[in-house]
Design a protein. Structure first.
Length: 366
């Protein structure tokens, strides 16, 4: 157990934006909410997974909706409190701790703001090891944990409690409600006990986010190359270096969907990279071959600072480095690939680990 203060939040925000693979909400908004909570209530207790009792009730918290909506509709914090209070009332049991549902820019930080206001600890674990666009795309689903009962709440004071036949139906019904509630909501979801959490969660994700953010910060101070530090921490690979020449994005059916095109620079001169995203980056490919595909992680970094760029932050002319990182082994199972692999999103390619695709590219060049 340790306490999280302002510097830790600053570092986690950067690492969360990177592991969020372009999605998971605006990290700046989440950072401000967490920093304000620490200002008001003091440092926040962070627990290791093994410190959670097996029978304790743990409830992940986060935002559902299109990240682009957050630009105009920032949460106040009251929505998350309303969702948690409604879920506690329904279950007849107090929540022991909260945690991030995903390693997303906003969604890694919202639990800290909520925990500070409710006097709860945060657990160093999540259900993805990255960010994904749909509610069933968590490791808890792979192990049979139910997403419901879940509660979603908006800024107007509306709350909706769902109890569905399976997690895919939870996604469908909650997504429809989210659209009606303005495109984004706060949620209390996947209530589980400590035993479920230890077996199914991805451990120490917040610690990794903090390490990534700290590495980028120190690299800048010491004049080192931040991207090299990131690749070492994440076992990642540099896929492409280029300049953004086109971005086509739209918000529909509760998601931010789109495509970005990068014109190659340096060793990638004369090539073009296409990125396709649905809240998060899902596939990176040139005309010749696929470089990385979901469920492996694709992140876009500022070429100079190494800071991650979200899908809504992509701008014409930006010079970027695209990197690929291996996902948690849980996602490389048959059920994991079926749940969030390229076929689920309609891409006519087979999943292959990013390290294999990189090695194949090296051999091709050689």
């Amino acid at each position: 157990m340790r306490y999280i203060g302002k510097q830790e939040i600053e570092d986690i925000a950067v690492g969360a934006a990177l592991l969020g693979t372009g999605g998971g909400g605006d990290p700046y908004i989440g950072k401000l909410m967490a920093l304000q909570a620490i200002e008001e209530f003091g440092p926040i207790k962070l627990l290791d997974v093994d410190e959670v009792p097996d029978d304790a009730l743990v409830v992940p918290s986060g935002m559902m909706g299109a990240p682009t909506v957050m630009i105009e509709k920032a949460p106040s914090g009251e929505e998350a409190i309303g969702a948690f209070k409604s879920l506690e009332e329904y279950l007849g049991k107090e929540v022991y701790a909260t945690m991030p549902i995903e390693a997303g820019g906003l969604n890694s930080l919202l639990p800290f703001a909520l925990a500070a206001r409710l006097g709860l600890p945060v657990v160093d674990v999540d259900g993805m090891g990255r960010a994904f666009p749909e509610l069933q795309m968590v490791t808890f689903y792979l192990d049979g944990v139910s997403a419901t009962p879940l509660v979603i709440a908006d800024e107007k004071g509306n709350t909706s409690l769902l109890k569905t036949i399976n997690n895919v139906w939870a996604e469908r019904i909650a997504r429809t409600s989210t659209i009606e509630m303005g495109g984004s909501v706060m949620m209390a979801i996947y209530p589980m006990n400590g035993r479920n959490l230890k077996e199914s969660g991805i451990h120490h994700i917040l610690a990794l986010e903090e390490q990534i953010g700290k590495a980028i910060r120190l690299a800048k101070q010491e004049g080192k190359a931040p991207i090299k530090e990131i690749l070492q921490l994440t076992n990642g690979h540099e896929l492409f270096k280029g300049k953004v020449i086109d971005v086509n994005r739209k918000t529909e059916t509760g998601f931010a969907r789109g495509t970005a095109t990068l014109e190659g620079l340096d060793s990638n001169l004369g090539q073009e990279l296409e990125l396709k995203f649905q809240n998060e980056h899902l596939i990176a490919k040139t005309k010749e071959r696929v470089l990385c595909v979901t469920p492996d992680l694709i992140a876009v970094l500022d070429a100079e600072t190494g800071l991650p760029v979200t899908t809504e932050g992509l701008r014409y002319g930006a010079r970027c480095v695209v990197i690929g990182m291996p996902c948690d082994p849980k996602w490389r199972t048959e059920k994991g690939i079926k749940t969030c692999g390229p076929g689920y999103f309609g891409y006519d390619v087979d999943y292959r680990p990013v390290e294999e695709l990189v090695l194949e590219g090296v051999k091709t060049i050689g």
